[in-house]
Design a protein around this ligand. Structure first.
Ligand SMILES: Nc1ncnc2c1ncn2[C@@H]1O[C@H](COP(=O)(O)OP(=O)(O)OP(=O)(O)O)[C@@H](O)[C@H]1O
Length: 242
């Protein structure tokens, strides 16, 4: 277990987004974070990535290699698929890049430029780059938001295939509960700001055996949807339910 945030607070002027938040996560697992819009999910990722500084408290990821994958692919338009991936490491490991490209189904497209790829292919390239970086902690901020349902499902499969080989710690922010249930070893529901985890679900079923129509996952899904609606209606005001 790694205490990534230790009693951290972050305000934007008078807006208290994070207050005295401690976040301890199991390493080598996929942690999905869900919660109402604007509650502070991206702020938490930015703190973990050391992109922003906390007002007080400690962020314990400074000694870690932290990767960040965003909703937009953020590929360099003037570089090929291969070069866009290679760029994140000093020494080019051609075999490792080719292996990752194969794992995200982009073989044959190594020399294509981003403008020659579909949206889903670009995002696969961005995920491949994130994994090639060999981060011990990989932050993902709604990376599949702009994709349709079928593409999302195939992206989840690609992501899991890569994670199976690296077993790094992934913190994955999403508004899509199904995505969280298919990916996460843990799904954390956050309250409105100042945000804090109000409920945590652990999913022990192996990824290959997860079926959203299965009673327990379906039950969890309904509970999370109801909980987020309650938070949005403010029936649950920063109450710690865990
Ligand atoms: N740089 C900033 N300056 C001022 N306010 C900010 C800044 N970044 C975020 N905020 C505000 O802080 C709050 C939390 O924003 P954040 O983006 O972390 O939430 P989120 O949960 O990721 O939102 P969403 O689900 O809509 O993506 C919001 O009210 C937002 O407007």
């Amino acid at each position: 277990m790694l205490t990534m945030l230790d009693r951290v607070s972050k305000n934007y002027d008078k807006l208290k987004v994070v207050e005295d938040l401690t976040l301890t996560l199991e390493e080598g697992k996929i942690h999905c974070i869900v919660g109402p819009s604007g509650c502070g999910k991206s702020t938490i990722l930015n703190l973990l990535a050391n992109v922003i500084e906390p007002d007080c408290g400690t962020v314990n990821t400074k000694g870690e290699k932290v990767g960040y994958i965003f909703q937009e692919d953020r590929l360099l338009p003037w570089e090929t698929v291969f070069e866009n991936i290679a760029i994140v490491r000093k020494n080019k490991d051609t075999r490792a890049i080719q292996n990752i490209i194969k794992n995200v189904g982009l073989q044959g497209f190594e020399n294509c430029y981003p403008e020659e790829l579909s949206g889903g292919m670009k995002q696969r390239c961005s995920i491949a780059r994130g994994f090639y970086y060999e981060a011990s902690i990989l932050l993902m901020d709604e990376p599949f938001k702009s994709l349709d349902h079928d593409l999302r499902i195939s992206m989840i499969k690609y992501l899991l295939k890569l994670w199976e080989q690296t077993k790094n710690t992934i913190i994955f922010v999403t508004h899509n509960i199904d995505e969280a249930l298919l990916l996460g070893h843990q799904v954390m529901v956050l309250s409105k700001g100042p945000t804090r985890p109000i409920k945590q679900y652990n999913i022990n079923t192996h990824h290959n055996e997860r079926d959203l129509t299965d009673t327990s996952l379906n039950h969890m899904r309904n509970e999370i949807i109801n909980l987020i609606s309650k938070i949005n209606r403010e029936d649950v005001v920063n109450e710690k339910i865990i």
